[in-house]
Design a protein around this ligand. Structure first.
Ligand SMILES: [Zn+2]
Length: 453
């Protein structure tokens, strides 16, 4: 067993299961030198005092103040790193104009590696400040820019899954921004996988490569099949967009006569390490396919409000036990905060349940499903995300990595306030719904405190 490195003590919350917040009052979390949680104890446990005393003697105790609460680090399952400079911009235009006029011209700029380094440094540090300890990034087409993103995550200590975007279809991708051929895109993806392994050889893995076909419309069949074979060969993560919008669903049906999910499965791209962004239009059959493959869904409620033409059926998917977490989908979404993503997921779910058209009778207005709860959206942002990305993060369990954030109540610029009349459930709900970047006082990844904060 690895040697004990430190003990973090204080009040904590986590949701090891959806919908079940567990308070850890006056807990002590012992973390070994690999950043793995060795034990989680509270005062009734027989060895709790001894763990605290030993840590004090070893000068390895970090005691959080009583107004500060420890929660698992937040997991962003879907974010486009090269879209960071246009956060909040041009969201009133239709998707085709958003891609052609703004997004593709921006993403191609990352072939300028000095520009990539500058933007990615700002992005990674900002996300860490917001409590995002794991990010699943779409990169850009240019191989080296993705290497720079991986190096940036390693330098700042952010856990990440990163993909070189593959897109080769001459009819849907602009001439100035696409892979030269399916073979070239596959070779570059393979090279990226090798380079990510090389840059971490001899040390614990923090950054994982992902096979990343942008979405079916932007890839030829040869590319999709080749990347599926590469996924089988390497066992790497896979990420792509799935059944996002009316246009996209119709495109795939017209071209392949299948749903996105069926097509991805046939191309070998639905594995137990696949993350499907959006998936708003998946059918019951698609949900069965996703469950069978043990693939995961990145629910991106904010971006859906702009580009998906519908609300994702989160309740159905959760009831079926699908692996689901949250994505900011920067910059299809305008916020880098997973707290915001959780809040938008709540609002979307409530609107879906009660409906939106007041001219209809109440019984006809919505789906009447049970809306997501505060505990459930917190689970999506933490443990659900960890399970979706197949990494041991998102809860304070023995054997999990200590990825965590400390959230302080009463900061003058945040709405997160607590009072002596608040129960732990009250404080938890307030934290999830009102904490913001100014409330976050400390961030750890794999037991290491992030030092730029
Ligand atoms: Zn996206």
């Amino acid at each position: 067993m690895a040697e004990r490195q430190k003990v973090i003590a204080g009040n904590a919350f986590h949701t090891p299961e959806p919908g079940a917040m567990v308070p850890l009052v006056d807990c002590a979390i012992a973390v070994d030198s690999d950043g793995t949680i060795q034990s989680v104890t509270t005062p009734p446990d027989p060895d709790h005092s001894a763990i605290l005393d030993a840590a004090k003697v070893a000068n390895a105790l970090e005691q959080l103040p009583p107004d500060t609460y420890l929660i698992p680090g937040l997991v962003d399952l879907h974010i486009h790193a090269p879209q960071w400079p246009q956060l909040g911009k041009a969201l009133d235009v239709p998707l085709d104009a958003w891609l052609d006029t703004y997004t593709f011209p921006l993403e191609v700029k990352f072939a300028d590696h000095a520009y990539a380094a500058e933007i990615y440094d700002d992005l990674v540090t900002t996300l860490l400040s917001h409590g995002t300890t794991t990010a699943v990034y779409f990169g850009s087409v240019d191989l080296q820019a993705n290497v720079i993103l991986a190096e940036t995550c390693l330098r700042h200590g952010q856990r990440a899954v990163i993909g070189k975007v593959a897109m080769d279809h001459p009819e849907t991708c602009p001439d100035y921004y696409r892979d030269e051929s399916a073979e070239e895109a596959i070779a570059q993806t393979r090279k990226f996988i090798e380079m990510v392994a090389e840059m971490q050889s001899g040390r614990p893995t923090l950054v994982h490569p992902a096979i990343t076909p942008r979405f079916i419309p932007s890839c030829t069949d040869a590319l999709l099949g080749g990347l599926g074979a590469l996924a089988r060969e390497t066992g790497c993560h896979v990420q792509t967009h799935c059944s996002e919008s009316d246009w996209e669903v119709a495109h795939v049906q017209n071209r392949l006569g299948q749903t996105d999910t069926e097509a991805l499965a046939n191309f070998g791209l639905m594995t137990d390490k696949s993350i499907l962004a959006h998936s708003n239009y998946i059918t019951c059959g698609d949900m069965d396919l996703i469950a069978k493959a043990q693939s995961a869904i990145a629910h991106c409620p904010l971006s859906n409000a702009y580009f998906a033409n519908s609300v994702f059926p989160a309740r159905d998917a959760m009831d079926r036990g699908l692996k689901i977490g949250l994505g900011t989908d920067v910059s299809g979404g305008f916020s880098p905060s997973l707290f915001d993503a959780a809040r938008f997921a709540l609002m979307a779910s409530r609107n879906r349940s009660s409906g939106t058209n007041p001219s209809l009778a109440a019984a006809e207005r919505g789906t009447a499903e049970i809306p997501l709860s505060t505990s459930e959206v917190f689970w999506l942002a933490t443990k659900g995300g960890g399970e979706a990305v197949s990494l041991p993060v998102g809860s304070f369990n023995e054997g999990s990595k200590f990825d965590a954030i400390a959230v302080k109540s009463g900061h003058s610029t945040s709405g997160f306030r607590t009072y002596s009349t608040d129960t732990y459930q009250d404080i938890f709900e307030k934290l999830v719904l009102t904490a913001d970047v100014s409330s976050i006082t400390r961030v750890w990844v794999s037991g290491a405190a992030i030092d730029h904060l």
